[in-house]
Design a protein around this ligand. Structure first.
Ligand code: NAD
Length: 508
């Protein structure tokens, strides 16, 4: 059992909601045992060959090299800049080049003095946790991040089991990835890392076995490499496109998938606002994380007239009280090749503030869309918002949750709030099976109905208001007492999952 500084592990803490909900529904003890731990925990290593790098010299190392003649590297794309200030040196740099190297140091005009660092084989720890497949193939994202662990991936894999059940998509739960800083490696190196990952996992993946998707640090490009590696050499490879979702629409991805998680977050917020007769037009919104989920949420909310008043990411925070120009911010972060860290920092249309100040801004809605455990007790004490809509997975700690509850700040829990991604992943998988292509309007229409219906059932469970409407029936899920919304979401998931075990039975 992993214990952090005498505290419970991330997984144990996350599973407290599971056990609370399981008690409330008097879950069959054997089903509880099946769900308590993952089906499989795959931990392995991928090794790849890395390229030579140019590492900038420190000021105190420069003196002996001041007279070093400049080197003329002719191939414009031969030096690939990395976010850590280094350059990857591609071999084409030597073609037709005029180069002087002294004691391993080179002077590149316009870039500076660099020490050449030898590349070579590197080893990375990799994971794929397959939590449960009673409702369908394992399904869940691939995360490339410098801080990840078995404990984290177990938690995220279990979250996927709950989320796929809440979304009523016929999948189970999985999660995985690689402990690597993707900003410190070239595009080609990341491709090779991905190919090796799939090479090792090939027998454990498949459109009817385990279906990865993008998560932190991965995107449609990585999904394309994964699909190619998995299908390469297969006679009927077109039938295997559904092995990953989140692909580019031109190679079998779905319209609406890139923005689906953010779109789902907004559908939940719309329902929350509609019930309270609040207007989203003019609502003040804080967003943490401006990657896939954060930027899509910001774009969709601002198109509805909301004001994104501040955005925080791993490298900085920006604020504009009258509302940030979201289109310009998206351009600054995602369409600007100079912005290697894909950060909001340095955006000219906002004022830089500290992360600490970010939490204290007066606003209506906070959308955490970065990593887990950001909203702990002290942060929850500082928030001046009415709603936390969890775009990220696990952004609120137990203590954070307790404080939010005590302060009357409402929460839309992650397993419904960010379920838009996996819902549209299912639509992508369906389109792949049928060799179809749906319009964005069709995708969003289905998504809206699915999210809003399941959100309404969760709300009924929380308020103990069993009812049958033309759209849904919450009667089988209410437990005879009111519960918090996070527990309500888990109850919905567990009742749907348990039904499979109870109706299908167990093979011994
Ligand atoms: P991403 O890699 O595209 O973006 C991550 C963002 O978080 C970046 O802006 C980064 O700067 C920021 N960030 C990282 N560490 C931070 C820190 N310590 N403080 C502040 N900001 C930090 O990732 P993404 O795909 O947008 O995923 C974001 C969250 O949403 C994750 O929790 C992920 O599991 C969850 N999620 C993603 C999807 C999806 O479809 N991509 C679906 C469901 C849930």
């Amino acid at each position: 059992m992993a214990v952090r500084n005498g505290k419970k592990s991330f997984y144990e803490e996350a599973m407290e909601t599971f056990h609370r909900a399981a008690d409330l529904i008097q879950m069959n003890p054997r089903v509880r045992m099946e769900l308590e731990e993952p089906d499989f925990e795959h931990i392995f290593y991928v090794t790849v060959e890395t390229r030579d790098r140019l590492v900038p010299l420190e000021t105190d190392e420069l003196k002996p090299f001041r007279d070093l003649p400049p080197s003329d590297v002719k191939a414009a794309d031969a030096l690939e800049p990395l976010a850590d200030g280094k350059y990857v040196l591609h071999r084409r740099a030597l073609l037709k080049a005029d180069i002087t190297i002294r004691q391993g140091v080179i002077n590149i005009p316009g870039k500076g003095f660099f020490r050449i660092e030898k590349g070579g084989p590197r080893k990375f720890k990799a994971y794929r946790i397959q939590h449960n497949q009673v409702r369908g193939p394992y399904k869940g994202g691939i995360r490339y991040h410098k801080e990840c662990s078995l404990d984290l991936f177990k938690t995220l894999a279990a979250d996927m089991t709950w989320k796929t059940a809440i979304s009523e998509v016929p999948f189970g739960g999985a999660k995985g990835g690689i402990r690597i800083d993707p900003f410190a490696y070239s595009k080609e190196e990341m491709e090779h890392v991905t190919l090796r990952y799939v090479y090792k996992l090939k027998n454990l993946m498949g459109p009817f076995l385990d279906i990865p998707a993008p998560d932190v640090g991965t995107n449609g490009e990585i999904m394309a490499y994964m699909m190619r590696q998995f299908t390469d050499g297969e006679r009927e490879h077109h039938k295997l496109r559904g092995v990953v979702t989140g692909k580019d629409v031109r190679i079998g991805g779905s319209e609406g998938r890139v923005k689906a998680t953010g779109q789902g977050v907004v559908y939940c917020i719309e329902e929350w606002a509609r019930e309270r007769k609040l207007e989203l037009k003019g609502a003040r919104v804080l967003i943490q994380g401006f990657g896939n989920v954060g930027s899509a949420t910001a774009e969709i909310l601002s198109a509805l007239g909301a004001k994104i008043v501040a955005v925080n990411d791993v490298n900085g925070t920006i604020q504009r009280d009258a509302g940030l120009d979201v289109a310009a911010l998206v351009h600054h972060v995602h369409q600007n090749p100079q912005n290697l860290r894909r950060t909001v920092a340095g955006f000219p249309g906002g004022t830089a503030i500290s992360k600490d100040d970010f939490w204290g801004i007066d606003a209506d809605i906070l959308v955490p869309a970065a990593l887990g455990e950001e909203i702990d007790g002290p942060v929850a004490e500082r928030l001046k918002v009415k709603l936390v809509a969890e775009g990220a997975n696990g952004p609120t700690t137990r203590e954070g949750d307790r404080v939010l509850g005590a302060r009357g700040i409402e929460v839309i829990p992650d397993i419904i709030c960010n379920a838009g991604g996996v819902t549209v992943s299912y639509y992508e998988w369906l389109q792949n099976q049928r060799l179809e292509h749906w319009s964005e309007a069709e995708v969003n229409g289905r998504l809206e109905q699915a999210i809003k219906k399941n959100y309404a059932i969760i709300r009924d469970i929380a308020r103990n208001r069993p009812q049958r409407t033309p759209l849904y029936d919450s009667r089988p899920y209410c437990v005879g007492q009111t519960v918090d919304v996070r527990t309500a979401a888990m109850i919905l998931a567990l009742k749907r999952i348990e039904a499979h075990y109870l109706i299908e039975g167990f093979s011994q």
